[in-house]
Design a protein around this ligand. Sequence first.
Ligand code: HEM
Length: 354
Amino acid sequence: MRLVETLRGHCEAANGSHEIDLFKVMKMATMDVIGLTGFGSDFECSKRLEYSEVAAAFEYLLDDCNVRTSGGSLLDPRQIFYWWPSAQNKTNDTQRRLLRSTIEELMDEKRRSISSVSTGQHTDFLQLMILAQSENRITSEGLVDNLITLFFGGFDTTSITLSYALYLLWRHPEARQQVVNEARTVLTQSEASYDQANQLKYTAAVVKEAMRLFPPAPVTARYTITPLELDGVTIPAGALIYIPIWLIHRTTLNWKDPLDFRPERFLTQQVESAVTSDDETIVPYSWIPFSGGQRNCVGQRFAMLEAPLLLARVVSAMNFDFPDDYDPQPISTGPVQKPGNPMIVTARVRDDGQ
Ligand code: HEM
């Protein structure tokens, strides 16, 4: 795996260990995954351990959006009106243009290559979307908007999940060893198949438990379309209801010892289908990191394939030493929460690394 090779290279060049910002490195890895699977384009972030120009634009715009939606100056007109000639708005405009023009170029390239590929051979999401566009099911502008949404939805949340999972595994060496053992049993070749990725049951349980304790989206919201009766209280139609995912995941009403890290709870229970399960051992809707219902996360299955695979690969090859007293101190930025305390860790190649 490329990220592991890069980290190994850095460690070897620095006599065995190398200091990294783990959350940033996980972002680079997930950006590359979305670039390759969504756009058929290699951003090469984890190869160079730095953001490419387009990846940096994504990162900037995401942070800027978070600042505008959760910053302290929500009534500042410069933050609300993008046409206001402020330095922040100018940078936003430059980065947005860069992003859209890069995506348009990728689309043009893809359109040219598609003409030589038969329609049965879909290689990435962009190709599928372009085919939909050619059937007039979406406009060109709508296509770019959707690709950007997909990218934004896809990389930040998954990197937050991975970062917390790595933190939790550092705190729980016995769980870490189980992930290593599973990775070495299942991932026997340099490229993993879909079936192999699905065999990473324990690692997937670690990912789920990390998302239970630290759901990347701590809250979501819905409007009621009809009056709703809850515990004797009637909520009228048209009301905005906030759904506190973080609390739902951490309450004793839903979970035994909710603050304990115990991936095993996800091995015995069908939590992935919890929202529809009638399994009495699980409270429906008690695990909703991807939200629920018709507008839940479209990337759930993709994320549950990607995150365990990345985690297994990285953990079986590398050790990450956090500062002894490290505490992530989550902070909310826009729609997500993430580690507020930078994850500056020492990366080392595992002594028993393969
Ligand atoms: C661990 C990873 C992820 C988490 C925790 C997560 C979580 C969420 C949540 C909570 C929502 C909001 C649903 C609602 O409105 O209630 C959402 C929406 C969405 N997610 Fe994800 N997501 C993840 C990964 C991904 C990936 C990998 C992709 C794309 C490849 C993606 C694409 C989207 C999109 C496009 C939406 C908007 C769906 C809509 O409005 O219909 N997500 N996600």
